[in-house]
Structure formats: structure tokens, C-alpha cells
Write a protein that binds this ligand. Sequence first.
Ligand SMILES: Nc1ncnc2c1ncn2[C@@H]1O[C@H](COP(=O)(O)OP(=O)(O)OP(=O)(O)O)[C@@H](O)[C@H]1O
Ligand SMILES: O=C([O-])CC(=O)C(=O)O
Ligand SMILES: [Ca+2]
Ligand SMILES: [Mn+2]
Length: 548
Amino acid sequence: MAPSYPRSPAGSIYKHDAELDASVGKDGIDYTRVDLLRNTSVAKLYEDALRYEPGTSISSAGALVTSSGKKTGRSPRDKRIVDEETTTDDIWWGPVNTKLSEHAFLINHERAVDYLNTRERLYVFDGFAGWDPKYRLKIRVVCARAYHSLFMHNMLIRPTEEELKNFGEPDFTILNAGAFPANRYTTGMTSNTSVSINFKRRQMVILGTEYAGEMKKGVFTIMHYLMPKAGVLSLHSSANQGLDGDTSLFFGLSGTGKTTLSADPARALIGDDEHVWTDTGVFNIEGGCYAKCIDLSAEKEPEIFGAIRFGSVLENVVFDEDTRIVDYTDKSLTENTRCAYPIEYIPNALLPCIGAHPKNIIMLTCDALGVLPPVSKLTSSQAMYHFISGYTSKMAGTEDGVFEPEATFSACFGQPFLVLHPTQYATMLAQKMHEHKADAWLINTGWNGGAYGKGKRIALKYSRAIIDAIHSGELKSAEYETYPIFGLEIPKAVKGVPAEVLNPATAWQGTQCEFQTTVTKLANLFNQNFGKYQDQATEDVVAAGPKL
Ligand SMILES: Nc1ncnc2c1ncn2[C@@H]1O[C@H](COP(=O)(O)OP(=O)(O)OP(=O)(O)O)[C@@H](O)[C@H]1O
Ligand SMILES: O=C([O-])CC(=O)C(=O)O
Ligand SMILES: [Ca+2]
Ligand SMILES: [Mn+2]
């Protein structure tokens, strides 16, 4: 049977080649073997992981504690997209998408297949990406570690028994042979880690990294291509919904607070990381959340803390040998400690994870220079400017080789996952925001009072108070002042936040001279970066940047 991309009532939204479908339907994996474990129970995956995978334990809360080995973050420099005729003209080749030849892909594929077929145990998980049946993709994950299977069981949408029975052929297959290296002498390889996506064959192959986040972000990359092609907008954002059904999107690069701030006791959680904005509203791509755990506490993040229990996968954390109590402050393995849990482990998750059109667009940035205001209200041109710029700081650990906050511009707040040119996503976002009259806000969840090393990260309770004020309508009618150079509108007061914190100039603990220098430095970085998009952006968007 030919695999199919998501179908609308009008037929397939994605064209494909029947002959090719027939040939790649055979992905090389021996599905007839008797020891193949398909959509195995959580308990069985626990037992296998504990028995066969070194570095696996149970935490005092019942979570499966695992080790992802040497790689404890994604490897963006080892990610490749196959250069083939059905997609090559669409892809934004360059900064994040590096070409891999079809032949080199086949070598990697063969290596993964041989590795997987020769394991004593093989796990297959079939699940969905996308809560809206109209756009849903059927994803198959084939892997050799119970940990990886449980991770994707948590992160994809779990099929019902009935759906599993009728699953048929997957739309996309992930072959995860992460414990086995890529051959560095294969053309196009620059290390023994390789994460490659082939849109024509609908396959993703992972070699040389056991970091499970590669799989969820692989699915996102696939959706980031297919969804805009189908006329809907994929987003690296979290989403939640108030009692009145008002939806908020929280954009932000890794570590800016999408997961933390979307878990809000007063609002229903739609999802924490990947969404699609369609003509009818917003749907979550995933069936689970993937929270950062560093310095996690029950007091500060009760919903997330409570979600770490039987069934959850806790990666690279350190715990007490006797009590099995996890020390969330311990960064000795990595700062990027993570937990993957099914979305229904969050008490007020909205099921199915589909919400209304967004009313508030919240852009999160973690400014390590300490000069962006904790909150500003954006005009629509400023919203586009900041979406295209995607300024933040890369936080330690999420990517290989990052050890302290590093200023970065990541287009659409998720450049590593973009497949098309950033302006294509930005244009769709502008249209949708205009059509649905959404308000836009920029929130700095990063440093305040001084740069990294001198000031401190703004208190989580202040960021939460700001978000409450957006949702209550308090901020929309607040009094504002203009923040010079950046031209941002800052509220003069927000309930629950000390007034001096709101303006970076009054919050600054060092000299005003040092403050001005830092503002100028950041403004220059913005201008320099936006140069890349000057030609494609409209005049008003270009004018929305800082003016020195
Ligand atoms: N003021 C703040 N606002 C939000 N998060 C904060 C704040 N101060 C500290 N943090 C911490 O920053 C981290 C934010 O991580 P979070 O998991 O929410 O990021 P994310 O945007 O979901 O990233 P990713 O895409 O990598 O999952 C958490 O560890 C949180 O405790
Ligand atoms: O991909 C990961 O490992 C975690 C994540 O959500 C991100 O980095 O945006
Ligand atoms: Ca997250
Ligand atoms: Mn993310």
C-alpha cells in the first residue's frame, strides 16, 4: 500500500510519486522477526531499559532515569537534508540546511538498517504528529533502545488500539541507530554523528548520537516543510488557552521559557514546543512535553515537577544512590537535563490539543546583555522585525559546544529547524496576525540589572506576573513610555513587578555609561543581523529596528 501524506477531504495535500512510494515502502527493516516489539507497554520498556541499557535507573518519583551517552544536546552541525529533485528548489540551503547527496544518504541508511537488523531486540513505535486529523502525519520510529521508544511514545500522539490496527504504512520513518557511528569517510560527513532527512524517501536516519531530542526536532523539521507547503503555518512555540477560550502563543528559542511559562495553573495547556496555525485555529504537533530540568523545584514549577513520575523519561540527571532523589541543581553531566512526559501528565492539558485562533503572540527572548525590557508591547511591524530577527542567547547545553549564554539571532525563534526561507514563515505569520487582530508582546526572560555575570536572570515570578497582566487585559490598557533606540513601548507599572525592574535603565546596577555602551552594542548586533533580510522585508519592518 502506498504511504500517504495527510489528506484533506479534497484529497492529498502533498503530491507523491506512486512508483517511488512502492519502492521505499520497503525500508530495509525486517518487520517479520519475532522479537520485534511494536508499541510496547511502558512497563515493558522500563524493564528492558533497566536490564539492557547501562546508566538506567528509577527515580524516587518513578521516572525512568536514562543516559543519552556522550551527546547530551542536539548536533546542528551534523544535520543534513538530502538534495533531491522533489524538494531542492524549495529548501533554504545555507546557514542551517546542508546538502547531502542521495547516494551518501543511502550509505547512512544501509549502515543504520544493518545495525538495527542485527540487534537482539528491536523496537517500533507507530504514532502521529499533529492533533488535527486533516494535517496529521503517521510517524514510525525504529530503534534499538527501549529508552528511545519510550521517549517517542511520550512525545508523539499515542494511537488508540483501533488507530494502531488501521495504521497501515507510515508517512515518515525514523531509523534511530544512534549508538552506532556514521562512517566519517562517507562523502558529506564531517564527524561520526549524522542526522539526515530525505523528503523524497520520507526517511530520517540517525547515527552517532543517542540524544533523543534529535527525533522530536526531526519530526518538527519535517512538519516545518510540509505544513507551509500545505498552506498552514508551523511554529516553534508553546500555546495555552484561558477560560474564555483565548489562545496565546509563546515563541522562543531553546531555554527562553516556552515550556515553563505555558504551564500555567489558570490556563489549559495546548502544547509546549511545536504548533501549527491553520484556518481554524492552532493544533499541537506533539503528544508530550520536553521540559528542561535544571534547577527545577516543586515550588517554582509545580506542574512540571508533578509530571515527573512513572512513565516519564528523565535524561542525564544525577541522583542519590540510596534514596534515588534527583538533585536538579547538579549540572555535572550537562546543563541540558530534560524530562519527556505525555501531555496529560500536566493537570490542565487541553485534550485534544487544539485551540482557537491566537489572541496574544508572546515573543520570548533571553537577553544575556540585560538591556531588553522585561515586557514591551509591539506594533505589527515590530512583531515582524523581532520574529525575523529571533534574538536570544543560546543557553548552555541544548546544543553541542555551548557552555555559557551566547548572543544569537535565530530566525523565527527556531532557525535550526527552518526548511524554507525565514521570510516565508514571517509573511504567513503577518497575514494571520492581521486577520485575527492578535496583539504582540516581547518578553525578556533573561538578564536584568546587568549583563550575564553581573546582573541576574529576571525572577520567574515576575515573568509570570507580566503574562498574567497580558491575559487579564491589564497591560493592554496600561500607560506606556518609549524605550529609546529600540523604540519599544514599556508599561510604567505591572501588578506584582517592582516598577524599577520594568525599565532596563533604572534596573541597571552598574554605571549609566556602561549601560549606554551595552544598549549600543546590542542595537548594532540587531542592525548587522537584519542586513541579511533588508532586501526581502517591507519598509515599515526595516524601520522597526533600533535607531542609533
Ligand atoms: N524568568 C524566567 N522565565 C522563564 N524561565 C525561566 C526564568 N528564569 C529562569 N527560567 C528557567 O529557564 C528555563 C526555561 O526553559 P524552558 O524549558 O521553558 O525552555 P523552552 O523555551 O521550552 O526551550 P526548548 O525549546 O529548548 O524546550 C527553565 O529551566 C526555567 O526554570
Ligand atoms: O530540541 C531539543 O533538544 C530541545 C528543544 O526543544 C530545543 O532545543 O528547541
Ligand atoms: Ca521546552
Ligand atoms: Mn524547542
